[in-house]
Design a protein around this ligand. Structure first.
Ligand code: PEP
Length: 250
């Protein structure tokens, strides 16, 4: 059985007090979410310790939004996987399209980050997805296959068991445009088939989340698809009731 997951990506939003309040509301409302749905809050670095105090001892898990690609040392401004583990943090979002686009996140760097996170027992939520021009040129399968093969195919099966994948078409992120459930299912099935080339049956156990303008009104149809195991939620994760409503859409 694959894990059902609804993960929030708060991005660079909220100050600490607001983030703590949001986490408290999610924890309170999480009682109404089916027990087999994992809720994860992706908070900014400076919020992590405070939000950890809120979610500690509850079923809600904490995620960071990035980590360094080096172990430790003279890397001013960076936050290591070991630091995240000391919070503690259970997940880290890696390879988000905003980081690939604005911060030069390459597949090569992502291999290093994923290995460092896994070494600290932090599960990466590894993001893949094509840009609008790539979809329009019919290159989306090729682009996503490269993001999977160049990064995840370097892992052992033992490592892969602890990775979550998020398919996020870049043209759907924060734009209000959602992929249709057919478009999303088609590429989720493709991702699973690609994983199977390297990892065989294990591909059936990897959770693949959809991200891109997912909201209470469209989550049900998306989550009903065979290969969609939940969502990575940006904008709607900033409103506790919307985030929880999405988690109740399975
Ligand atoms: C995201 O950035 O991961 C995301 C899915 O954002 P939104 O839900 O706002 O489109």
């Amino acid at each position: 059985m694959r894990k059902k997951i609804v993960a929030g990506n708060w991005k660079m939003n909220t100050v600490i007090a607001e983030g703590v309040e949001l986490a408290k509301e999610v924890v309170k409302e999480s009682a109404s979410v089916p027990a087999d749905v994992k809720l994860i809050l992706g908070a900014p670095f400076v919020h992590l310790t405070s939000v950890a105090a809120v979610v500690g001892g509850t079923s809600v898990a904490l995620s960071a939004q990035n980590c360094a690609d080096e172990v430790k040392g003279a890397y001013t401004g960076e936050v290591s996987a070991k630091m995240l583990a000391s919070v503690p943090v259970e997940y880290v979002i890696l390879g988000h399209s905003e980081r690939r686009e604005y911060y030069g996140e390459t597949n090569e760097k992502l291999v290093k980050k994923i290995n460092l996170a896994l070494a600290e027992k932090i599960s990466p939520i590894y993001c893949v997805g094509e840009k609008l021009e790539e979809r329009e040129a019919g290159k989306h399968f090729e682009v996503v296959a490269a993001q999977i093969k160049e990064v995840l195919f370097t892992l052992t099966a033992e490592q892969m068991k602890n990775v979550v994948i998020a398919y996020e078409p870049v043209w759907a992120i924060g734009t209000g445009k959602t992929a249709t459930s057919e478009q999303a299912q088609e590429i989720h099935a493709f991702i699973r088939a690609t994983l199977a080339e390297q990892f065989g049956e294990l591909a059936q156990e990897i959770s693949i989340l959809y991200g891109g303008s997912c909201k209470p009104s469209n989550a049900k149809e998306l989550f009903a698809q065979k290969d969609i195991d939940g969502g990575l939620i940006g904008g709607a994760s900033l409103v506790a009731s919307d985030f929880v409503a999405i988690a109740k859409s399975f």
